[in-house]
Design a protein around this ligand. Structure first.
Ligand code: ZN
Length: 448
């Protein structure tokens, strides 16, 4: 972040608060909204009434991907996350167990929250890209409910599942409100002397990206730093690498998640499900209706078939694409089930399927046998700010709720993987600005 950005953002944030205070009592949009019959999430519900109308969210007119400074103060920052996790652990009476599992490169705590005693392990991460923030709030909603509810459903989940969440797993990027973490190549080579003199990793940012200037504070796309070999240590000959090659665990943040994943795999035999919560461009439209924006894209496929991919053959016996497809169908069905009441939840599409990204967390953990689910809700902070925070957090929550219910009950195994292939593909990005051009090109696949 340039020194100029933060003061501007603070000013805008203040203005937004004023706007909400002055307009909230006049328009009262929440009153006109149809009832939503899911158990209400405690943590973010109070902000819902301050959000714009669904009609404004859905109507695809002009849309800009040009990065700009927008208010984000309603999202949970790192300090607030620590306080909220502490509160949830306390009021749950220990049902939710919060633990510091590591630190970011700049020393910020990375926490995990564990709930349930079931035999199926589910790992959920959010904010690996620090400008993609709704996943963290959806996780807090989920933990808050699951930690305290005495409903039959919550009890069933806690008996069948062991859920481990690592919200805001890239806290340095999150505090800078940018995609990359805060780590220089010099720091990497100091830690791994065998890499001295080699070219920096291909996913090292030193220029401008999504409106953020990395020249004075370089960083990495942490979501290209995973490797399906969970014991991999960095080797000079594997640099600079490329998007179709595995990563290296050179970022402290990916290492923390890898360590938690390995611990769960050792404890449970395998990690049943891995979910990673992201945002994509703001201006994708529905394939059959260019007048409506996509609310959420999902996916369960991140790598080519390992059976026929040189170097990945040994992962083929564990890789289970059909299970990932079933998990995604559960997400899709849950959101379609809400679409009658609130059409915004029906605009769900399939994320591009022609990817081979073994350096992503999802790709690496899928190769280790986990069912995998990618959430990509609409609009990163540089294009939407917090404007649709509540409804997008709700969309993530509904998807997670449906998927976890299906895993807890075992119903997931009855879902048809072919239904996944029938989910409509994402339509085009109709946005304007340089970033829209990038999203329309092949770079799209690397920027979400
Ligand atoms: Zn992302």
């Amino acid at each position: 972040m340039s020194p100029l950005r933060r003061p501007l953002r603070a000013v805008l944030a203040g203005a937004a608060v004023l706007a909400l205070v002055t307009t909230g009592s006049i328009t009262a949009p929440a009153a006109a909204r149809p009832a939503d019959r899911t158990e209400p999430p405690a943590y973010s519900a109070q902000l819902d009434r301050a959000q714009p109308e669904d009609a404004a969210f859905l109507a695809a007119k002009e849309c800009s991907e040009e990065p700009r400074d927008l208010p984000i103060h309603q999202f949970t920052d790192h300090r607030e996350l620590g306080i909220e996790l502490d509160r949830i652990e306390r009021v749950s009476g220990g049902t939710v167990d919060v633990e510091q599992v590591g630190r970011s490169n700049r020393g910020r705590e990375i926490w995990s929250a564990r709930v349930g005693t079931g035999r199926k392990a589910v790992l959920i991460t959010s904010e690996i890209h620090g400008n993609e923030k709704t996943g963290t709030d959806a996780i807090l909603d989920l933990l808050s409910w699951l930690g305290t509810s005495e409903s039959a459903k919550a009890k069933r989940w806690r008996e069948a599942l062991t859920i481990v969440a690592i919200p805001k797993m890239n806290p340095d990027g999150a505090e800078l409100d940018r995609r990359g973490n805060d780590l220089t190549w010099q720091e990497v080579t100091a830690r791994y002397p065998q890499l001295r003199g080699s070219q920096p990793a291909w996913n090292y940012y030193t220029g401008t990206r999504q409106g953020d200037d990395y020249s004075t504070r370089p960083g990495f796309d942490v979501n290209r730093d995973y490797n399906p070999d969970l014991t991999y240590t960095p080797r000079r000959e594997d640099f600079p690498g490329s998007s179709d090659q595995p990563g290296w665990y050179i970022t402290p943040e990916s290492k923390v998640v890898r360590d938690v994943y390995r611990g769960l795999a050792a404890e449970f035999g395998e990690v049943d499900t891995y979910v990673d919560l992201h945002h994509q461009g703001a201006c994708y439209v529905m394939p059959d209706d260019p007048d409506e924006f996509v609310t959420l894209s999902i996916s369960g496929k991140f790598v080519s078939d390992p059976a026929t991919t040189p170097g990945l053959e040994k992962y083929a016996p564990k890789y289970d694409l059909d299970y990932s497809k079933r998990l995604n169908v559960a997400v899709y069905n849950a959101l379609q089930g809400k679409a009658n009441d609130r059409p915004i939840f029906g605009n769900v599409t399939l994320y591009p399927q022609d990817l081979h990204l073994p350096g992503t967390g999802l790709g690496s953990f899928a190769l280790n046998g986990s069912g995998t689910v990618l959430f990509e809700v609409r609009g990163q902070t540089q294009s939407l700010g917090q404007k649709y925070r509540a409804v997008l957090t709700r969309a993530v929550y509904i998807g997670l709720d449906g998927m976890l219910s299906a895993v807890a009950s075992g119903r997931v195994n009855q879902l048809d993987p072919a239904a996944y292939d029938a989910i409509p593909p994402r339509g085009p990005n109709i946005g304007t600005g340089d970033d829209a051009d990038a999203q329309r090109s092949r770079i799209t696949l690397l920027e979400n």
